[in-house]
Design a protein. Sequence first.
Length: 447
Amino acid sequence: MLRVAVVGSGPGGCYTAQSLVQQDPDVLVDVLDRLPCPYGLVRYGVAPDHEKIKSLQNNLRAVLEHERVRFLGGVEIGPGGVPADRLRELYHAVVYCVGAATDRHLGIPGEDLPGSWSATEFVSWYSAHPDAVDDGFVRGARSAVVIGVGNVAVDVTRMLARGPAELTSTDMPQAALTALAASRVGDVSMVGRRGPSQARFTTKELRELGTLPDTDVTVDGEELALDPAYADPSGLPAPQRRNVEVLRGWAETPPHDAGHHIRLRFFLRPVELLAEDGRVGAVRFERTVPDGQGGVTGTGRYEDVAAQLVLRSVGYRGVPLEGLPFDPASGTVPHLAGRVLREGHIAPGEYVAGWIKRGPTGVIGTNRSDAKETVTALLADASVLVREDRPEDPLAALRGEGVEPVEWTGWCAIERAEAELGASLGRGVVKLPDWQSLMDAAHQSTP
Ligand code: NAP
């Protein structure tokens, strides 16, 4: 009987497990995760106010509760945990679905000034990731700059503009709620280096900015018009055309003097973060113009935008996992239809799916077809893989080596503790934000 380890319990990992049990009536799947909690970016990346997207957890839950799937949380693969080689000895096949765990860098002076953060760090904080640092973020800040115009940029911009009433009903941790509720950030500029027709956000997410209570969204029509497609967007693909139309509507709407002001800016590329009293005080941008090939060129004209908080939202990036090949240029593992390639040759029994396979693009559902491709390759190899001797139960072998995973009952105990915490605060479910409280809660499930 085929035994497969799936490393990572985010959408990539869960859809891989689902595809395996759907396509093979006998396979047994262990889904391992470094964290004691499942769901990856659905739990720790989807914005807390996006309840509908978060409810996808229910679908992922059904996968992890499948009778031939086991969730094994709190198990690190790599140095300090279970080496990749050892995992390969315990299972007939291993599918790495480890995502893209870090953020891209801008590589400009001042990037690391206090007050400048990657959007990932900010998202991790308000999503209660146990590795997040709580460093004030909004404390003392009146204006913020968000660099980048993708969906993560829209998420963090929206979270900065949300008022306490809208945040209280989310599952965000109490400390982040308290800090954001007391935030004095009134002005948020979200800035793209290219034009409105090249922005990466999706129209639904963009439009939502215009529905936020007590918030003005402004765009400068003249800046938009630097984009040759602005005057006549009819030749653009539908998603970009719709974005341009939404932006045009805002350009034509006067602001209402609301409490929050979101400014969408384009054709400005960040060149330096400027310090003021030892922390970030402004971002210097160079005005760009289209180069006619989808890119931009600098004009030598600069504009400083004041900001005591800077969130760099320029995309995620995969990190190498010791024991697995890695292509630093793309931040992914080299593969052929999901089969890991070592120096150009297929490595038997090793697979990838999700962002570590294709890079940090697409929406959650994109992982379904991606996982299916990998699982199809794996099952085509299964008759050979299954001939290799493997322990009867890899979990018993892991335990024998001192690994104590948080099993599904442990995760359910964390869920109960989060519901209890929320009730004690007069809120709905409230996430536990640190390792200690998560592990304490998980262990309540064991006698
Ligand atoms: P993204 O979509 O790749 O957007 C990155 C943004 O950063 C782009 O505007 C890019 O501009 C800009 N950028 C990159 N390097 C830059 C630099 N050196 N200087 C200035 N700007 C720079 O990444 P993301 O927003 O992190 O999203 C990742 C994935 O998650 C996407 O597929 C996204 O759709 C998905 N996601 C979806 C949702 C949702 O559905 N609600 C929410 C969050 C995330 P250029 O285009 O010029 O490179």
